[in-house]
Design a protein around this ligand. Structure first.
Ligand code: NDP
Length: 242
């Protein structure tokens, strides 16, 4: 389905991004993995993409919050792969805290990585997509961005911002053949939620369990290939935000 295409996955070195890399590779896409702190994890993901799925894969050290660094990395990807067709903005962080305790730098950093990082990637990939009149962007938001969550004002704001970004880009680029959608996961078992297996919110999940990264990756693959879907926000949350 994605044979010969190239997919860029930010934060593809572990967790949801890792599962997305494998899923898109299984559909035939060559994979560019962006990471910030763990070169061996990113390289291991690329190695598995090459060995198990027979696609090309390469990792790039790039802090998505850095506009100039993203520009350079997108240029490198274009040189290495010739083009890019799918962009998955998955890189994200949390710096949780109740409002009265939340430091200014914690608010700023979460917005810089989660929201501005996605903008930076879209901004620098758009030229490639527009020239070929083809591109699919999938932003990883969160149900927290839809419902809010105490102790996550910064994170919820960044993830709600991604919904607005997604819909604006979808409207702006649709006439040029470029689609933009979002996935809003609920509780997914990754490093990010490793301390939350006893979170009382889990009892509110109608399907009664945490999700798996592979279950989010399924939704990403759907939106990456659904040719008549744009501006959608697809919840993958076991029914939590219903
Ligand atoms: P993890 O903490 O497991 O992985 C985060 C990934 O993002 C890593 O690959 C990390 O790279 C990368 N990353 C972090 N900061 C940057 C940066 N500045 N530039 C580039 N890459 C960066 O997170 P998850 O897999 O759990 O989450 C993935 C996405 O899904 C996030 O956007 C998160 O907000 C969202 N999400 C997760 C949910 C969950 O329950 N897990 C629920 C809802 C949304 P490195 O390995 O190099 O550190």
């Amino acid at each position: 389905m994605l044979n010969g295409k190239t997919a860029i996955v930010t934060g593809g070195s572990r967790g949801i991004g890792e599962a997305v890399a494998y899923k898109l590779a299984s559909l035939g896409a060559n994979i560019a993995v962006l990471f910030v702190g763990d070169p061996s994890g990113a390289e291991a993901v690329c190695e598995k993409c090459r060995k198990e799925y027979g696609v090309e894969a390469k990792s790039y050290l790039c802090d998505v919050s850095d506009f100039a660094a993203v520009k350079g990395t997108v240029g490198e990807i274009k040189r290495d792969f010739g083009a890019a067709h799918v962009l998955v903005n998955n890189a994200g962080i949390t710096r949780d805290g109740l409002l009265a305790m939340m430091k200014e730098e914690d608010f700023d950093r979460v917005l810089e990585v989660n929201l501005k990082g996605a903008f930076n990637m879209i901004r620098h990939c758009a030229g490639l997509f527009l020239r070929q009149r083809e591109g699919a962007i999938v932003n990883i938001s969160s149900v927290t961005g839809l419902t809010g969550n105490p102790g996550q004002a910064n994170y919820a704001a960044s993830k709600a911002g991604l919904v607005g970004l997604t819909k604006s880009i979808a409207k702006e680029l649709a006439p040029k053949g470029v689609r933009c959608n979002a996935v809003a996961p609920g509780f997914i078992a990754t490093d990010m939620t490793s301390g939350q297996t006893e979170n009382p919110m889990l009892k509110l999940v109608p399907l009664g369990r945490m999700g798996r990264p592979e279950e989010v990756a399924e939704a990403v693959a759907y939106l990456a290939t659904a040719s008549y879907v744009t501006g959608e926000v697809l919840r993958v949350d076991g029914g939590l935000a219903m």
